[in-house]
Design a protein around this ligand. Sequence first.
Ligand code: CUA
Length: 318
Amino acid sequence: MLEHLPLFPEAASTVARQVDALYFFLVAVSAFFSLLIAVLIVVFAIKYHRRRADQVGAGLTGSLRLEILWSAIPLAITMVMFFWGASLYFRLMRPPADAMVIYVTGKQWMWKVQHADGRREINELHVPVGRPVRLVLGSEDVIHSFYVPAFRVKMDVVPGRSTTLWFEATKPGRYRLFCAEYCGTKHSGMTGWIVALEPRAFQQWLAGGPVEGSLAQQGEKLFMDLGCHTCHLPAGQQGRGPSLEGLFGRPVKLADGSTVTADEAYVREAILQPQARIVAGFQPLMPPYQGLINEEQLNQLIAYLRALGGPPPEAAPR
Ligand code: CUA
């Protein structure tokens, strides 16, 4: 119904309708009270206006019942907003474990995409319909924001950090992708398309086009080229660095006694600034790779570590 309104974007993801429902609830509540207050101001101004020059207003007497009522009603309404909004927020922030992982890098002024099988795209992102997709977002320069109105999802893309966003497209089509954070001269031109395909068409798309090995294989090659394997030995062997097999997604004990989960954000930091958090039982020997490898190479390494094992399965097309 609402997508027929000319200013309203199409709804093409599993969360789109839920986001719209909350949005309309907020608009309806705001409109109702704005209207109510405006009407009452006019009515009271007419009803209680001064009729004679020497007229004096009546004194006010308090009413406990009224006070309680006008506190309880707004409280109830705002609590509905809070719990509704929070539950939707949690849904948006928690990607399903079986989501297909795709790496997206923002740079002035384009979107670069790396699929798990090694396919690359620029300013286009092909995804299958009916399957959750999780994007791992990074930036090569400044803050960008990945925004797909038809999916009702948006996430900042921040340099030096790994952010994530997920969606599940519900119908095939081409949907606009925007950069929603002012990022320089050609910010307005930093747009693209999400191409949602039926699963079979998506498989055909993946199969077409040249590929130089999967993302994980590219990462493995880089791992060797950089000499990482000389310190990070296979499991069971004592190297200068910890073994990386089965690391991804698991807890890591640090030298300061704390524990972190080896997710994208941690692995990114461990490669770029290894001194920041040292693994328990190891010396701070690893050189920082900040500035030596780019975002796309970083994604290759992360995909390789992911493929080396750990709980969340890599995004093999199913
Ligand atoms: Cu990138 Cu605006």
